[in-house]
Design a protein around this ligand. Structure first.
Ligand code: GLN
Length: 486
């Protein structure tokens, strides 16, 4: 099998046994990236020379029999909102086009300490606002299954790169679905951990009460391996739990779900969902039943208000988080004669239209007179939704749901209609609002396009999700590497 088609676990094993050098592994992935990039445009900043230098340093360390980390020599990609010391971090925005952070995000540091090799920084929707990468200030990424379609977003570059074999592991951020929705569209695993499971230090914030960091992979084993490396306490992120994490990879051995209860959300039945998604859900349900699980209906009466509340809370928090981009300290700074003019011109010229829309909405709902009417009200609805999830999880161990209502849409199809674009996250954003872990996994293919399904667990219930995913993977097989169709 080509090196770029192999899993992270497999590559790490063959590097450890000296079957392959790190340089060989890195080179194979760089050349795959070089071949596919003209078609996909998934990467904002490739790091070829940096990766080669690091590969040879790792090969030297290995030749001295220094103890390699669990990911030694494994290439990885991060979304371009992860800070990387000495390497620009653009958030796909003109605002940060030339901004070079002086430090690494904790997750990047943990991955490098484990021996992984960063080979590129991926395209995304500007400041992670969007569902298609079409809001990138630089270019749109193609879906590796059909480049005329979008890869999803906002972590679309990471998902496409992982699916097409640039690297076995990629990382993104998920505020309302930005890992899971592109994972579904690109046919890979994409996991949003429980709020507090993974440090967000050094990842440019969008909506701090919702943001989480997580991995993309083409095998469940790789996903869990990545989680073991990144899901660790970090005193630099006060929201990051100090509790010991489980041995995630134990879930791989699960073959039997006897005694487990799977929840199906009653309210989701009324939604307009593509037939292929319904079909994949049905077969996943059968697989779970065959493994001994029982299926129970659960109700989340408030879930229908999720989208409206998300589009109050996320913009509100974004308007506060993005206030720092004013021309004084970070990135783009316009020519101006006064401080006020500096603010106006910098923000006018530095942000794209979707970011501006969010900032206007966010500022409005936080303004005096509207704060209670919108923002506080939305928070109350979220509290109710959380309670409904808690009740559901007293009856079931995990929930099976669609990841997205549709298959990957065409470039341009939703760009003029923000509400339709927002609808893409209907099934993903409830997990962010309730702080729950949720996984998108490939549930098959329809007319050459991948179909995603979602497993949602109780807070810190990642093992429930991973156990069910292990059973599904054993039955459906691994997702395919994309790119053969091009
Ligand atoms: N698509 C959603 C939005 O535009 C979610 C984005 C995200 O998770 N970062 O806000």
């Amino acid at each position: 099998m080509k090196l770029y088609a192999r899993s992270a676990a497999d590559l790490a094993r063959s590097i450890r046994s000296k079957e392959h050098s790190v340089a060989e592994v890195v080179e194979a992935h760089l050349s795959r990236m070089e071949r596919m990039e003209p078609i996909l445009s998934a990467i904002i900043t490739p790091l070829k020379e940096e990766a080669r230098a690091r590969a040879s340093a790792l090969d030297i360390a290995l030749s001295r029999d220094e103890n390699p980390g669990p990911l030694t020599g494994v290439p990885f990609i991060v979304k371009d909102n992860f800070c990387t010391r000495g390497v620009r971090t653009t958030c796909a925005s003109r605002m940060l086009e030339g901004w070079v952070p002086p430090y690494d995000a904790t997750v990047v540091r943990y991955l490098e300490e484990a021996g992984a090799v960063l080979i590129g920084k991926a395209n995304m929707d500007e400041f992670a606002m969007g569902s298609s990468t079409e809001h990138s200030a630089f270019f749109t990424t193609g879906n590796p299954w059909d480049p005329r379609r979008v890869p999803g977003g906002s972590s679309g570059g990471s998902a496409a790169a992982c699916a097409a074999g640039y690297a076995p592991l990629a990382f993104g951020s998920d505020t309302g679905g930005s890992i899971r929705q592109p994972a579904a569209f690109c046919g890979v695993y994409g996991f949003k951990p429980t709020y507090g499971m993974v440090s967000r230090y050094g990842v440019v914030p969008f909506a701090s009460s919702l943001d989480q960091i997580g991995p993309f992979s083409r095998t469940l084993e790789d996903l869990l391996l990545a989680m073991e490396v990144i899901a660790r306490p970090d005193e630099r992120d006060a929201t990051c739990s100090r509790a010991l994490r489980p041995d995630f990879r134990k879930a791989l051995d699960v073959t039997d779900l006897r005694g487990k209860r799977v929840g199906l959300v009653k309210e989701f039945e009324g939604y307009d969902i593509d037939g292929a998604v319904i079909e994949s859900l049905r077969s996943a349900r059968e697989i779970l039943i065959d493994a001994g699980a029982s299926v129970v209906d659960v109700t989340l009466p408030t879930v229908g208000h999720g989208l409206a509340c998300y589009y109050i809370i996320a913009p509100a928090e974004a308007s506060s988080n993005l206030a720092r981009f004013d021309g004084v300290r970070y990135g783009f700074s316009a020519e101006a004669d006064s401080l006020i003019e500096l603010y106006h011109k910098t923000r006018q010229g530095g942000f794209g239209p979707e970011v501006k829309r969010r900032l206007l909405m966010g500022t409005y709902v936080l303004s005096s007179g509207y704060y209670d009417a919108y923002y506080n009200k939305a928070l109350k609805v979220v509290a109710i939704l959380r309670g409904e999830f808690d009740r559901a999880f007293s009856e079931v161990d995990f929930i099976l749901a669609p990841t997205t209502p549709t298959l990957p849409f065409r470039k341009g199809e939703n760009i003029g209609d923000p509400i339709r674009m927002y609808m893409s996250d209907l099934f993903t954003l409830p997990a962010n609002m309730a702080g729950l872990p949720a996984l998108s996994l490939n549930g098959g293919y329809s007319e050459g396009l991948p179909v995603g399904i979602q497993l949602i667990g109780p807070r810190f219930g990642e093992m429930e999700i991973f156990s069910a995913a292990a059973v599904i993977e054993k039955s459906l097989g691994l997702p395919r590497l994309a790119g053969g169709v091009l």
